[in-house]
Design a protein around this ligand. Structure first.
Ligand SMILES: Cc1cc2nc3c(=O)[nH]c(=O)nc-3n(C[C@H](O)[C@H](O)[C@H](O)COP(=O)(O)OP(=O)(O)OC[C@H]3O[C@@H](n4cnc5c(N)ncnc54)[C@H](O)[C@@H]3O)c2cc1C
Length: 345
């Protein structure tokens, strides 16, 4: 275990905010968590790859970062249960699964961050989410200072959320995650343009006759992602900045009316029971923000849902100010209140 003080965080968050943490602990085993000195600055908070965070200023407490990086497969009859250390890079796990011909997480390829956070966030993409494959989550309880383990059902997974993000917030440090991967041929191609992109890449015959592999689906997904999302190494961001609003049907009709009056074209939407989900990217784009710059901050020119550190020099205040302006204009134009997906610290 290493303990560092006054740690610059620019390289530890993908938004590249130049702030500091009073203390950072990097631990190599779950057991080391039990030995963290009580007197380290509070609050204590887990840090993964820093890819879903906006540091709004210096962090006064202690960040706990896992360097537990093992991948241990256990063969079962129909599937493979893989126990993975929380500090393993999520995409390394996706690559490992694809290399071993195992299905389940190929659609989640290339999502930044670490395995521990994936189980906290319930990451998702292209019709698959972590909850589909998580079997168990091993944790260290910072309140009772003891080890515990939760089944996926106990984690209370929902859309991009779990109990770790709600009533258990910042209480449990994930040390390892059990992931169930399938041996049986089971590509999921029906979300968005995955099938079309796979056909473009490998041909209709291969795709429709069952000749895909997890590696081929992974390659397809990475190709799609590269076309529309910034690479964190090249342009600072935290991915989708806002949640997609889920609104009452009357509010959706209002948006529809407005779109008709102002010639905004079709309003993309997905039914969510009585409610309707409208892509935040569409709302932001129709308010004229896509590709716009405000000082050192900006809105990505290929995906309006992503706010970026356009010059690498943006201060937290510049991202926050851009966030407020976007929220105000979407509220003013469509009457919809956007909420951030990215956690503000
Ligand atoms: C370019 C880009 C694209 C993205 N695309 C997607 C996408 O397609 N789908 C998607 O779902 N997300 C996406 N994201 C968001 C992000 O990658 C995920 O939320 C990811 O799981 C965050 O992992 P992290 O390790 O960086 O966690 P961090 O950002 O460091 O932390 C996120 C939260 O998890 C907690 N946490 C971290 N590690 C632990 C641990 N060991 N124990 C307990 N709590 C912990 C932190 O305290 C914090 O609350 C994207 C981000 C970027 C920058």
């Amino acid at each position: 275990m290493d303990i560092f003080y006054d740690v610059p965080l620019a390289r530890l968050n993908t938004f590249r905010m130049k702030v500091q943490a009073a203390c950072l602990v990097e631990y190599d085993t779950a057991e080391e968590l039990g030995g963290i000195p009580e007197d380290l600055p509070k609050p204590w908070k887990a840090l993964g790859g820093g890819s879903n965070l906006l540091f709004t200023g210096d962090f006064p407490g202690t960040l706990l970062h896992s360097r537990i990086r093992f991948i241990q497969p256990v063969e079962m009859q129909e599937y493979v249960l893989v126990r993975v250390g929380s500090g393993a890079c999520w995409d390394d796990l996706c690559a490992w699964a694809a290399d071993h011909g195992l299905w389940g997480i190929e659609n989640l390829s290339h999502i930044p961050g670490e395995v521990g956070a994936a189980a906290v966030q319930n990451i998702g993409a292209y019709g698959v989410e972590a909850a589909d494959v998580v079997d168990t989550v091993e944790c260290y309880d910072l309140v009772e200072r003891r080890f515990c383990r939760f089944s996926a059902a106990e984690c209370g997974y929902g859309y991009r959320t779990s109990r770790f993000k709600e009533e258990w917030k910042d209480r449990y440090i994930v040390t390892a995650v059990g992931i169930r991967l399938a041996k049986e041929y089971s590509p999921k191609l029906d979300y968005g343009n995955v099938r079309t992109a796979a056909i473009r890449r490998f041909g209709a015959y291969e795709v429709e006759t069952g000749s895909l592999t997890p590696s081929r689906v992974r390659e397809t997904v990475i190709g799609i992602r590269r076309e529309k999302l910034p690479e964190p190494e090249e342009l600072g961001s935290a991915g989708s900045f806002f949640r997609n609003p889920i609104v009452p049907r009357e509010q959706y009709w209002q948006v529809l009316r407005k779109a008709g009056e102002e010639g905004l074209g079709e309003v993309p939407h997905y039914d969510a029971g009585e409610l309707v989900k409208i892509p935040a990217a569409w709302l932001i784009e129709k308010c004229g923000w896509k590709g716009r710059r405000e000082g050192n901050a900006g809105v990505y020119d290929r995906q309006a849902l992503v706010l970026v550190n356009a010059t690498g020099q943006a201060a937290p205040g510049e991202i926050l100010s851009l966030e407020e302006k976007i929220k105000a204009s979407v509220l003013d134009r469509f009457g919809i209140r956007l909420t951030p997906e990215v956690e503000h610290i």
